[in-house]
Design a protein around this ligand. Structure first.
Ligand code: NAP
Length: 526
């Protein structure tokens, strides 16, 4: 039987005593490790984190906590090779895809270590300026942000076991808020290993970091009014979290990152020979195939003028043809597997569902796998679908609603020279994490941006002058906001120091200007 991973709560490693769930290699089908949270004293675990962990973290200032993040970065860097092996085994990812998760995690953590160092030795943050409350300027109002006196429950999706952990943990710990991590069961191993390495290194005070692997049952029940939940996952689970009594009755603060049908848009003024079109096709293929399309930010809908439909279909298909699929340990493979059989089946049925309203522009068969048995490996080749005509783009409602979480995208033509038609179609996504706009004319690009910022958390603009510089549509940079309105969950993460807001409480202080001056000296941002 495979190793049973222990949970770390109340500053101790504790194994579950129930029916463990096994984690598998999605390419070889072998069992890797098991997880189980049965029998843990959740009430004691949450109280320990909230009280011991919270108090110990809050005694420190931002600079001291940032220094701890810096030490954690070094520990993760030292164990990087181990994380790559776990990722290949449990997530079926090739090295480039593992880098997005593992190196993305380390970069995000190190960014917060640097940002936190800049906050210095203060214990709270000043928000905005003083405002006069009376004619006499002697009495004013000043807002300040104080770290939450609760814990952060971090619930993550299966597709980013490393980055998903640290993009939440870094701002929480920097804010002085203890964390309880609940990784998605399918890929919990990598998250567990990272937390184990951090715990073994003795970096954070007792209670600051806990991990519970296995069933989520009962976790939400433990939350108290000053705790927060940061959730990433499906819209369906998000709905359960929002409806939980801890949220509805105790006002536990929730951040939701859910699914999203992200877009790429080519401006109407572009031609078949334009560099912007070429850049779009290249990025679409990257987005479809990185992590086998299991990225919340991946491009699912590609909007191009009707006149360029055939050209774009051909250019994207030609690039997709070069993708090699199979065992990520084989150096000739460029795209690995989906995470498990369940996802494999979900992607297959999702493609069938979309096909009823689209035509197939490119598709590969699973018999083309390298070094992998199609009967066992959860590998799926890329599929490019298309809505064929601008009229059909309006009628094909499913492509605007359905997120197929795999290497699948749909080419959607809009009426020639009709940008408003494209914008209307993009908005049918009901709010997404990110949209990329491809074009040459800077003025035209700038004019489109505010048309899309209301419905997207991030707008990525690609023009030929920054072709080599841009960080990519799907890469989430810690400097930029991550999250999206509407169906994307309505959450906000990252965005530099903005991420700290979620882990702080804002309060207005009304006092003598002299008192406020003393106060702001203590918490002023330099
Ligand atoms: P999921 O099934 O919703 O699971 C997400 C997490 O919630 C897992 O840790 C899961 O634990 C836990 N969970 C399940 N039921 C719960 C409950 N009743 N209470 C509390 N926690 C519960 O999602 P997934 O399949 O792992 O992830 C895929 C989805 O995530 C996709 O739709 C993708 O778009 C989205 N995603 C979004 C972002 C973003 O930033 N917006 C990023 C990545 C992924 P178990 O695994 O143990 O069930």
């Amino acid at each position: 039987m495979s190793e049973l991973l222990a949970n770390f709560v109340c500053n101790q490693w504790q194994s579950g005593n129930g029916q463990a769930s096994a984690l598998f290699d999605p390419v070889l089908g072998t069992e890797l490790v098991r997880v189980d949270a049965t029998g843990l004293d959740l009430a004691a675990s949450f109280a320990y984190a909230r009280n011991q962990g919270g108090e110990a973290l809050r005694v420190l200032n931002y600079k001291e906590r940032a220094a701890l993040l810096g030490v954690a970065v070094k520990v993760l860097q030292a164990n990087r090779d181990k994380y790559y092996e776990i990722s290949a085994a449990n997530s079926g990812t090739v090295k480039n895809d593992t880098a997005v998760d593992v190196d993305g995690a380390i970069y995000t953590l190190s960014t917060y270590a640097k940002l936190g160092d800049g906050l210095g030795e203060r214990q709270f943050l000043v928000d905005g300026e003083m405002s006069r409350l009376a004619k006499d300027p002697l009495f004013q109002s000043q807002h300040i942000l104080t770290p939450n006196r609760g814990l952060a429950l971090l619930i993550n999706a299966f597709n980013f076991p490393a980055w998903g952990l640290w993009e939440k943990a870094a701002p929480a710990l920097l804010s002085g808020v203890p964390i309880i991590v609940k990784p998605a069961t399918a890929t919990a191993w990598l998250t567990h290993q990272m937390i184990k390495d951090i715990v073994d290194a003795g970096i954070f005070p007792a209670g600051a970091v806990s991990i519970i692997c296995g069933s989520s049952a009962g976790l939400m029940d433990q939350l108290e009014p000053f705790d927060v939940v940061s959730f990433t996952g499906s819209a369906e689970t998000a709905q359960k979290i929002r409806a939980h009594p801890s949220v509805t009755k105790k006002s536990v603060r929730v951040n939701i990152e859910a699914d999203s049908v992200n877009s790429a848009l080519l401006l109407p003024s572009e031609s078949a020979s334009s560099e912007a079109l070429e850049l779009l096709c290249k990025e679409v293929v990257r987005e479809m195939t990185v992590k086998s399309g299991q990225k919340c930010t991946a491009i699912r809908r590609i909007f191009i003028p009707q006149s360029l439909y055939a050209v774009a279909a051909q250019a994207i298909s030609a690039r997709l043809k070069k993708i090699t699929i199979g065992n990520p340990r084989n150096e000739t493979v460029s795209m690995g597997a989906l995470v498990n059989r369940e996802q494999f089946n979900t992607v297959k049925s999702g493609v069938m569902y979309l096909k009823e309203q689209t035509e197939v522009l490119y598709e590969t068969g699973t018999d083309e796998l390298i070094d992998a048995d199609p009967g066992i490996a959860c590998c799926v080749g890329p599929t490019l679908l298309g809505t064929r005509s601008a009229n059909q783009s309006d009628a094909s409602t499913r492509v605007h609603e359905m997120e197929v979480f795999g290497p699948v995208a749909t080419l959607i033509p809009y009426r020639n020279n009709d940008l408003n038609h494209a914008l209307k179609l993009i908005r049918l996504g009901q709010g997404s994490l990110v949209v990329s706009i491809f074009g040459t004319d800077h003025n035209e690009l700038a004019q489109v941006v505010p048309e899309l910022t209301d419905s997207h958390g991030r707008v990525h603009v690609v023009s030929p002058d920054i072709a080599a510089l841009n960080t990519g549509h799907g890469n989430v940079m810690p400097q930029s906001l991550h999250g999206g309105p509407g169906r994307a969950g309505g959450g906000e993460e990252l965005g530099g120091l903005r991420a700290l807001n979620f882990y702080h409480r804002r309060a207005a202080v009304q006092a003598s200007t002299s008192v406020l001056s003393q106060l702001t000296k203590l918490g002023q941002l330099s």
